[in-house]
Design a protein around this ligand. Structure first.
Ligand SMILES: Cc1cc2nc3c(=O)[nH]c(=O)nc-3n(C[C@H](O)[C@H](O)[C@H](O)COP(=O)(O)O)c2cc1C
Length: 224
């Protein structure tokens, strides 16, 4: 087959950026990667990083094929990073089959990324209940109206489902659907990446180590 010519290749060729804003040295890193994450997250919020809590969650399907999507970080609790979704979505089914996953944050304003690997667990139902109650009425209705990741004929059919569900719950309390709730990714590794000049970026990796039944984080520097 003849190779297709893409116009954007010219733009891609010209796109080159040096990273010069910050440094990440071992002596400045917190011993606990969760503290380091908090520090960087606060800076991302202060810098007005667009969607600072948007994170790419990667899971694998039953064929071992990786799959990624953005969800919003809603809490740091139960030993990890919490997000809310539909348990029967593609990601929900993938997690059921293989709970190992990764998370990636990219804060471009700070030239930073944070990645982590770990296991995804269900958030206790009580937490999901509490969070669901705090959502706006329309979002609650949306959780009932959308069978996330399932096929639908067209946009009109989706709007119709939503309108019907709106009517059903008009002036009523919307309960949490059983298929909707939280997950928490409990990390076993973190990597903090700080862009530096000449592609000599800083990379500090934390791995969870177990020693005589006590856990601690080991920190190493990786080459860029
Ligand atoms: C900025 C942004 C925030 C999002 N937040 C969520 C979220 O918190 N929960 C969620 O289920 N989907 C969220 N989505 C939609 C997901 O990326 C995805 O389309 C959806 O969860 C279905 O994924 P799946 O088919 O892999 O299960 C968000 C998308 C974007 C771009």
């Amino acid at each position: 087959m003849k190779e297709k010519k893409f116009e954007i290749n010219r733009i891609l060729k010209e796109t080159r950026k040096d990273y010069v804003q910050h440094v990440l040295l071992e002596q400045d890193c917190c011993n606990d990667p969760f503290d380091q994450f908090e520090l960087w997250f606060k800076e991302a919020v202060e810098k007005d990083s667009m969607y600072a809590n948007a994170m790419t969650v990667s899971t694998v399907d039953e064929n071992g094929m990786p799959d990624s999507r953005i969800v919003l970080l809603r809490n740091l609790s139960y030993g990890g990073f919490t997000f809310y979704t539909n348990y029967e979505s593609s990601k929900g089914n993938q997690i059921k089959n293989n709970s190992k996953a990764s998370i990636l944050f990219f804060w471009k304003e700070l030239e930073r990324q944070v990645r982590m690997q770990g296991e995804i667990r269900f958030l206790p139902i009580g937490e999901s209940e509490l969070y669901f109650r705090s959502r706006p009425f329309e979002s609650k209705v949306g959780a009932w109206a959308s069978q996330q990741s399932s096929r639908i004929e067209n946009r009109a059919a989706l709007d119709e489902r939503y309108e019907e569900t709106l009517l059903k719950y008009k002036d009523k309390k919307v309960p949490r659907p059983n298929h909707w709730g939280g997950y928490v990714l409990v990390p076993v590794s973190f990597e903090f990446w700080q862009g530096r000049a000449s592609r000599l970026h800083d990379r500090i990796k934390y791995s969870l180590q177990e020693n005589n039944k006590t856990e601690h984080w080991k920190m190493v520097r990786l080459m860029p």
